[in-house]
Write a new protein. Structure first.
Length: 300
C-alpha cells in the first residue's frame, strides 16, 4: 500500500472524495477547508461514505478503520502544507482564487512537493504562473464520484516537467485509477467533450425535441454511455457546468460553447443538480426521478 503525505485543499464534493480515497489508499491525508462552518461536517461525511461502501461490500470494515487513523481535518493551511509531498487543490473554479492559493502553497510547501489542481477547465499554466516552481505544477483532474469513477486526467502545461508528470501519473495509479495525459488547453479533453454534449442536450430540452429522460436514454442505450449527458450534468452541478461553458465560450467559440438560456435560468433558480435536490431530474438520495416535470417548469 502507498505511503506518504497528502494535503487536499477544499472540502466540497470533490475535495471530500479525493481526501477519502487518499486516506483509504494508504496516504497520511490532511483535508483543509477555509470555511469553519463547512469544516465541521467533513469527517462525518467522509466516514459516512466509507461506511456505505463497507455495507455494499466494496472493501472490508478494517480498511475503513485504518483510513480513519490516516485522515485529519486541518485547522490551518500551514499545518497540512509543511510536510506535504503531494498537494491536491479542489476549491471552486475561479482562476484568481486558485492563483492566490497556489502562491500561498508555493510559500508553505517543501521545495520538492508536487502541486496539483483538480480544475476541470482552467489553464494549468496560468495557475502555475502564481508560483516560483511552475515545473512542479500539474493538473490531476478527478471525476465525480471520485471513489467510483476510474479515470483521472493528467494535464501538463508547457512548464510542467516530465518528472512532475510522471509523479502525477504514478500517484493517480496508486489510487487505483487509470490515466490519460493531455496538454494544457481550454477544457482539456474530458470537459471540452462532456460540456459540448451536455450543452447540446440542454438545447434539445429547451427546444422541446425530447425530455431529459429520453435524451439520456438515447445516449445510454443507443451509444453505450454509462450515464446520459443531462444526468451527468446534474451530478457535476449545473453551476459548475455553467462556469465551464462560460470559460470555454470566451476562449474558444461562443457558437459552440455559449450556455443556453435554460441553463442560466436553472442555476439562477437554485436548481443546480443533485446537490440541490433538483436539476434536470429530481433527486431522492442517489436516485434521479421525475425529469420531465422538472424540465417543463423551466420553459420561458
Amino acid at each position: 500500500m502507498p505511503g506518504g503525505r497528502v494535503l487536499v485543499v477544499g472540502g466540497g464534493t470533490m475535495g471530500r472524495g479525493i481526501a477519502g480515497l487518499c486516506a483509504l489508499s494508504g496516504y497520511t491525508t490532511s483535508l483543509f477547508e477555509s470555511e469553519s462552518a463547512a469544516r465541521e461536517g467533513l469527517r462525518g461525511s467522509i466516514e459516512g461514505s466509507w461506511n456505505r461502501a463497507v455495507e455494499r461490500g466494496k472493501f472490508p470494515r478494517g480498511d475503513a478503520e485504518a483510513a480513519r487513523g490516516r485522515l485529519s481535518i486541518g485547522l490551518s493551511l500551514e499545518e497540512g502544507a509543511a510536510l506535504a509531498q503531494t498537494v491536491l487543490e479542489a476549491i471552486p473554479e475561479s482562476l484568481e482564487a486558485k492563483q492566490v492559493l497556489f502562491a500561498e502553497l508555493d510559500r508553505l510547501c517543501p521545495p520538492d512537493a508536487l502541486l496539483a489542481s483538480n480544475t476541470s477547465s482552467l489553464s494549468i499554466g496560468k495557475i502555475a504562473s502564481a508560483t516560483n516552481r511552475p515545473e512542479r505544477v500539474v493538473g490531476i483532474h478527478f471525476f465525480n464520484p471520485v471513489a467510483a469513477m476510474p479515470l483521472v486526467e493528467i494535464v501538463r502545461s508547457k512548464e510542467t516537467s516530465p518528472e512532475a508528470e510522471k509523479r502525477a501519473v504514478a500517484f493517480a495509479e496508486s489510487l487505483g485509477k487509470q490515466t490519460i495525459r493531455v496538454s494544457d488547453s481550454p477544457g482539456f479533453a474530458t470537459s471540452r467533450l462532456g460540456v459540448a454534449l451536455g450543452l447540446e442536450a440542454m438545447r434539445m430540452v429547451e427546444e422541446g425535441v425530447a425530455s431529459a429522460e429520453d435524451i439520456d436514454r438515447a445516449m445510454e442505450l443507443g451509444y453505450g454511455h454509462r450515464m446520459g449527458p443531462l444526468k451527468t450534468s446534474d451530478l457535476v452541478g449545473l453551476d459548475v457546468r455553467l462556469s465551464i461553458a462560460e470559460a470555454l465560450s470566451s476562449e474558444l467559440d461562443p457558437s459552440r460553447f455559449g450556455p443556453p438560456p435554460l441553463l442560466r435560468r436553472m442555476v439562477a433558480a437554485g436548481r443546480t443538480g443533485k446537490k440541490a435536490g433538483e436539476g434536470f431530474y429530481r433527486w431522492e438520495g442517489d436516485t434521479a426521478v421525475a425529469a420531465r416535470a422538472a424540465a417543463e417548469r423551466e420553459k420561458p
